[in-house]
Design a protein around this ligand. Structure first.
Ligand code: PAF
Length: 299
């Protein structure tokens, strides 16, 4: 695996692959890799001929009171993991390689960025959209892989990519979970034993939501109320629980079509998020990964 730190080195490596007609898969990360990232790299490896990953803790997506300074940094371990997975190129820039004090451009993905997590994390998705746009310009991947756990992030990135005509296909990988259902996240290391013991209640509330929908419930209100109560009873400070349209992230009045049931909350001071995406049609309820067909206009 080649490790590079500048956009120019990435471009050179990718130019070489593109000239050979190789399809490039890309897994952007902030490091502190876990099995969720591993599954995305495996997916990239199985679908494309050249796999690039990036590790960059992007300061622009952290608010002033967030955990930028203590975000877990495990570069040597991450590098070995990527190497073992057969990743071809690792882009590990420092902040000055991506940003300069002269920068004045922002990317605001309207309506999708200030709801759900964006309601409390002001500017977060602007920072995500900006860094991902820059990384897409540098790497020029055919496909890029993101986790279903960060469904809103994927929806924002898909919208940004379609609106700015990036010819990249956004592919989601399933949320990888611990044995007790807790969604894997780089931030799970912040959980103390008591918080860790209660954290799976979040996913249990999503499973109960799905079970109620399978039993025929189509009104989101009692489902959302149940989720909030279940999370509060487990000690969560609930930020939101909601049922939204899987493409627009707008609240829905009836559970039908592609629906995202999503929640966020703090337990023992650590902020966790989780979701399930469902395709609901008549009596049929199927758990899905969000899909973004718009890339196909470039195929
Ligand atoms: O999901 C993440 O790890 C980050 O938000 C991403 C997509 C790498 C952008 O910094």
């Amino acid at each position: 695996m080649k490790i590079v730190t500048t956009p120019r080195e990435v471009r050179e490596a990718i130019d070489h692959e593109k000239k050979a007609g190789t399809r490039v898969g890309f897994v952007p990360t902030m490091g502190a890799l876990h099995e969720g990232h591993v599954s995305l790299v495996r997916m990239a490896r199985s679908r494309t001929g050249f796999v690039a990953a990036s590790i960059f803790v992007n300061p622009k997506q952290f608010g002033p009171k967030e955990d930028l300074s203590r975000y877990p940094q495990t570069f040597d371990r991450d590098r070995r993991m990527l190497e073992d997975l057969g990743c071809d190129l690792l882009f590990h820039p420092d902040e000055r390689s991506l940003y300069s004090s002269a920068d004045r451009t922002r990317i605001a993905v309207d309506e999708l960025s200030d709801v759900l997590c964006g309601a409390s994390r002001t500017g977060h998705f602007h920072g995500v959209a900006l860094v991902v746009a820059k990384l897409f310009n540098i790497v020029r991947p055919d496909e890029a892989y993101f986790g279903q756990k960060d469904a809103q992030q994927a929806v924002v990135i898909q919208r940004m990519s379609a609106d700015l005509d990036f010819s990249v296909r956004i592919v989601l990988g399933p949320t990888v979970r611990e044995a007790d259902g807790l969604a894997m996240s780089s931030r799970n290391v912040y959980l103390d034993p008591a918080a860790r013991a209660h954290a799976p209640a979040m996913y249990r509330s999503l499973r109960e939501a799905r079970a109620r929908i399978e039993s025929g419930e189509r009104d989101p209100s009692p489902i959302v109320a149940m989720m909030k109560t279940a999370m509060r009873d487990a000690g969560f400070d609930v930020e939101y629980a909601c049922a939204v349209d899987g493409a627009t992230l707008k609240a829905i009045e009836r559970i039908d079509g592609t629906v995202l049931i999503a929640c966020a909350g703090r337990i023992g001071g650590t902020r966790l998020i989780d979701n399930v995406a469902l395709r609901v049609s008549g009596a049929s309820v199927e758990e899905i990964l969000l899909e973004f067909p718009e890339w196909s206009r470039y195929a």
